[in-house]
Design a protein around this ligand. Structure first.
Ligand SMILES: Nc1ncnc2c1ncn2[C@@H]1O[C@H](COP(=O)(O)OP(=O)(O)O)[C@@H](O)[C@H]1O
Ligand SMILES: N[C@@H](CCOP(=O)(O)O)C(=O)O
Length: 327
């Protein structure tokens, strides 16, 4: 069979950006590649690189399940599949690895099926699977997204173009924190004053990002909905959020549900090394080892390649190595 081989490269994401809990997201320059083709043989799922260890390779795999969902929605019968996947996104660190896998798989399966589903339907399916629209919105639309999930599975999502001078420095701690666990740390209800605080900051942040008021970002990234409750799970976090701006960041936030800490930085800043030192020293004093990564906001959502016959047998890693050289 193997006539349509699809490779989809999907960006990671950071959610919340501080006050926009379950609402704001931004696509980031780390990627997952999903390679999907129909096959006459039995389904085969290959996970490449070290990061996907422990993830099932049978039909309970998330990628396969998302493919099944697309075909069910379209009313088609899912063929047996050959799937390969490689990810450079660290899992369970607050960089949206699960959302990237969901969006990449829905996109690949939709192309394989001849695009029966609209992007809007893919967004709704991805949100239902992930439980919140911020990460999947960013991975699907690219850029910065403002997303709101409504009744009966509806999702409204608006994409903003990231400012050309916006850069991202993340500190990725060497421990994992499952989103589910970090969501359990949150209270069931909040004082009205805290809700008002967040509505103000989140609206200000959205407006500032939309019109390029980088000077307002630090003030606007304040949050009282989730970060105060998650801070005890991440040693050093409270200190970093309180003092990153004094060390050259435009603003700082917990990335998604953590434990990664995110700083937004003006690309023209002359204080990048000072910020790097501050993040590493603060985390080290708190007993946390972390890796720093400079990332860019990504403007594109999933990039789809339909491989022609001459490329049918090229291993996914060889194909990727044409553009990246790391694991
Ligand atoms: N490529 C993938 N294939 C299958 N499952 C994945 C993949 N990437 C992530 N996951 C699942 O998502 C989980 C991590 O999701 P989550 O706790 O929301 O953290 P994050 O999305 O911030 O990395 C992993 O433990 C794994 O079960
Ligand atoms: N809005 C969610 C975002 C979770 O992001 P993840 O990258 O940690 O999965 C939350 O804050 O729980």
């Amino acid at each position: 069979m193997n006539e349509r081989r699809i490779i989809v490269k999907t960006p990671a994401s950071t959610a919340n950006l501080g006050p926009g809990f379950d609402t704001l997201g931004m696509a980031l320059s780390l990627y997952t590649w999903i390679d999907m083709a129909a096959t006459d043989g039995p389904t085969r799922i290959e996970l490449l690189g070290g990061r996907l260890k422990g993830i099932p390779t049978d039909k309970s795999n998330l990628i396969y399940k998302m493919a099944q969902l697309v075909y069910d929605e379209a009313g088609y019968t899912l063929p047996e599949l050959e799937i390969a996947m490689y990810s450079e996104i660290p899992l369970t660190r607050g960089l949206g690895s699960s959302a990237t896998a969901i969006v990449g798989a829905l996109t690949a399966a939709n192309v394989l099926a001849g695009r029966p589903l609209s992007d809007q339907r893919l967004l709704e399916l991805a949100t239902a699977e992930e439980g919140h629209p911020d990460n999947v919105g960013a991975s699907l639309l690219g850029g910065i997204v403002v997303a709101a999930a409504g009744a009966a599975g509806s999702v409204d999502c608006i994409r903003l173009e990231p400012h050309a001078r916006l850069e991202v420095l993340v500190a990725i701690p060497d421990f994992q924190l499952a989103t589910e666990k970090a969501r359990h740390a949150l209270p069931d209800s909040l004082p009205l004053a805290d809700a008002v605080h967040n509505v103000g900051r989140s609206s200000l942040l959205t407006a500032a990002l939309a019109i390029g008021r980088l000077d307002l970002i630090g003030k606007a990234m304040q949050d009282r909905i989730h970060q105060p409750f998650r801070a005890p799970l991440i040693p050093g976090m409270a200190d970093i959020l309180a003092r990153a701006a004094a060390h050259g960041a435009l603003g700082a936030a917990l990335s998604g549900a953590g434990p990664t800490l995110l700083t937004l930085v003006d690309a023209h800043s002359t204080r990048k090394q000072e910020l790097e030192r501050f993040l590493l020293d603060t985390l080290e004093s708190a007993g946390v080892r972390a890796e720093l990564r400079w990332l860019q906001p990504v403007r594109l959502g999933p990039e789809v390649e339909l491989l022609d016959r001459s490329m049918q047998d090229v291993p996914l890693m060889d194909w990727i190595k044409g553009e990246v050289k790391h694991d």
